[in-house]
Design a protein around this ligand. Structure first.
Ligand code: FE2
Length: 421
């Protein structure tokens, strides 16, 4: 679901009398007049899901949670743990509250309140202005294995990302309401309470209505939440639904081409489920691969993030980095049809995630396993007026590293070594 921000603004304005009341309390305190303390919720909120963050940007954030019983949707928030401001959403069991008129790059504290019961106080940080450094994590295929998913979520939380991308197949069957809590929201509880997550649709979601009710995503495309753009500092993310047609004539692809052509961001990413290049056996058809690659090369896309096959893999095609980050929990894949030497970099059979850090014209990617081992590091440096890449294999050396074209120990040929780390 997606709350109209103008409605959210109206809600914020409606609660301004609360701010006036707080000011009155301060004045009364200064005058030595005692006032009764504000009533505080006494019960711990029994949330089935969340509270979790959605759709954050420079000036707003959406807080969501789900309760068994329908009730009101209130978020108390502020720049300190004393909170002090209030935003509201519609009553129901799936609660969605948009907080607007926030300041960029600012930490806010919040708690979710329904029926007089409140969550613990948590925090989030709004997106920065253009040009600030950013850090995000990317992974996918988190379905079917909550223990692995939870371990990955903890590792990603420790990376202190600004946001997280999930490349789809969030749960085994998105039409089954009972799967969303154990497979997705519970493993992510201690990550999504302070970091917004931006998903795309995998095939396992089956385009379920629950996807749209449980997430609040940008609605800037004809597909609304089905495909959308995310902008954060100097990076543009075009998030696609690869269950829909992906040939150049498809409406989604025409929209994506326009979004990329209009972008002035330094870094451009495509993010969708089905991989054009993958050795795991499920790469897209050749026409789709060609259409995606034509889109990427025509608009200077730096990185393509996908899942669907359950491994970590990277292929480099005409300078575009094609990642498969499908090691989020679903049963791991073997190499079934290895990509050719001209593009292939490495394939690792391991539960894993990728952390990206962007500082100006330099991008650093570190891929780590669920065992907290570094799988590989990649930098893309555009600061010298041309693109310079450095790649280095991490510590994974056993059978999980099924194939690798990266330089090995003692082989410090072009692009190898640990330079820059
Ligand atoms: Fe899939």
């Amino acid at each position: 679901m997606r709350v109209d921000r103008s409605v959210a603004l109206a809600v914020v304005r409606r609660v301004l009398p609360g701010v006036v009341a707080v000011s009155a309390v301060l004045l009364a305190a200064l005058a030595g007049v005692s006032t009764p303390a504000q009533p505080r919720p006494r019960e711990a909120l029994a949330a089935e899901k969340g509270p979790y963050l959605q759709n954050g940007d420079r000036t707003s954030m959406v807080v969501m949670w789900e309760t068994k019983e329908a009730g009101d949707s209130v978020v108390e928030y502020g720049r300190t743990k004393d909170l002090g401001q209030t935003a509201r959403g519609e009553n129901g069991t799936t609660h969605e509250v948009a907080i607007a008129e926030l300041s960029p790059a600012t930490t806010y504290y919040y708690r979710a309140v329904t029926g007089g019961a409140a969550s613990d106080v948590r925090s989030f940080t709004t997106a920065p202005d253009r040009g600030a450094n950013l850090t995000f994590c990317a992974y996918g295929d988190s379905r079917s294995n909550p223990l692995i998913h939870q371990r990955l979520a903890r590792l990603m939380s420790a990376e202190r990302p600004d946001f997280v991308l999930n490349a789809g197949d969030l749960v085994k069957d998105g039409r089954n309401a009972d799967e969303w809590t154990p497979q997705f929201f519970r493993p992510l509880r201690e990550l999504m309470d302070h970091v917004p997550l931006f998903p795309v649709l995998g095939n396992h979601e089956n385009n379920s209505r629950f996807y749209y009710s449980l997430f609040s995503l940008p609605v800037d495309s004809p597909g609304r939440e089905r495909y959308y753009v995310l902008r954060w500092s100097n990076a543009l993310f075009v998030n696609l639904d690869s269950n829909l047609p992906l040939l150049a004539s498809a409406p989604q692809m025409q929209w994506a081409a326009k979004a990329l052509a209009a972008s002035t961001e330094e870094w451009k990413f495509l993010h969708f489920h089905h991989p054009p290049w993958s050795s795991g056996g499920s790469r897209t058809s050749r026409p789709v691969r060609e259409a995606i690659h034509a889109l990427a090369t025509a608009h200077g896309v730096d990185v393509v993030l996908t899942g669907h096959d359950h491994q970590y893999e990277r292929n480099t095609v005409d300078g575009v980095e094609y990642f498969v980050v499908g090691g989020g929990g679903a049963g791991l894949d073997e190499i079934k049809q290895r990509e050719g030497d001209a593009t292939f970099r490495l394939f690792v059979k391991e539960y894993s995630y990728a952390r990206f850090e962007i500082a100006g014209r330099r991008l650093t990617c570190q891929v780590k396993s669920v065992k907290d081992e570094v799988i590989e590091r990649l930098t893309i440096d555009k600061s010298g007026g041309q693109v310079k890449k450095t790649e280095a294999l991490g510590t994974v050396r056993d059978a999980r590293l099924l194939a690798c074209n990266l330089p090995r120990d003692g082989d410090h040929g072009a692009g190898g070594g640990d330079e820059g780390f």
